[in-house]
Design a protein around this ligand. Structure first.
Ligand code: AMP
Length: 122
């Protein structure tokens, strides 16, 4: 599978579609999810063309990876998500229902987020 340059996050990165921006630097862009599933639901995306966690982890230069994860941590700091805490999630592929084929982290916070995953899957 090759990277689709017209996926919605690629279009947000190019400024073709607006987003509710939280943070941006040379490595990452963070913005509020359009359909929040928690009081705080922010997406963090790398600036390069990476489809998924697998793709990013295997092909991104070390500097891009460090910059991206530092940016995500900066977002949690800016939003003052401690001491309550937060959850970071990265859907990868069909079983995880990854909808947008541009690697992204979901950051959820602002309430008791419940158990890690729906019970009863096994
Ligand atoms: P995933 O299922 O992990 O690929 O999640 C994709 C997320 O992107 C979903 O939570 C959507 O609500 C969110 N989303 C889709 N389009 C937009 C948009 N234009 N702006 C912000 N969030 C979006």
């Amino acid at each position: 599978m090759s990277y689709d340059p017209n996926n919605i996050f690629a279009r947000i990165l190019r400024g073709e579609i607006p987003c509710n921006k939280v943070y941006e630097d040379e490595y990452a862009l963070a913005f509020h999810d359009i359909a929040p599933q928690a009081p705080v639901h922010v997406l963090v995306i790398p600036k390069g063309e990476y489809i998924s966690f697998d793709d990013f982890s295997q092909t991104a230069p070390a500097e891009a990876m460090a910059g991206f994860y530092r940016a995500a941590q900066k977002v949690t700091q800016m939003l003052e998500l401690q001491p309550g805490g937060y959850r970071i999630l990265a859907n990868t592929g069909a079983d995880a229902h990854q909808e947008v084929p541009h690697y992204h982290l979901h950051i959820f916070a602002g309430c008791d987020l419940g158990w890690m995953i729906k019970r009863g899957l096994v």
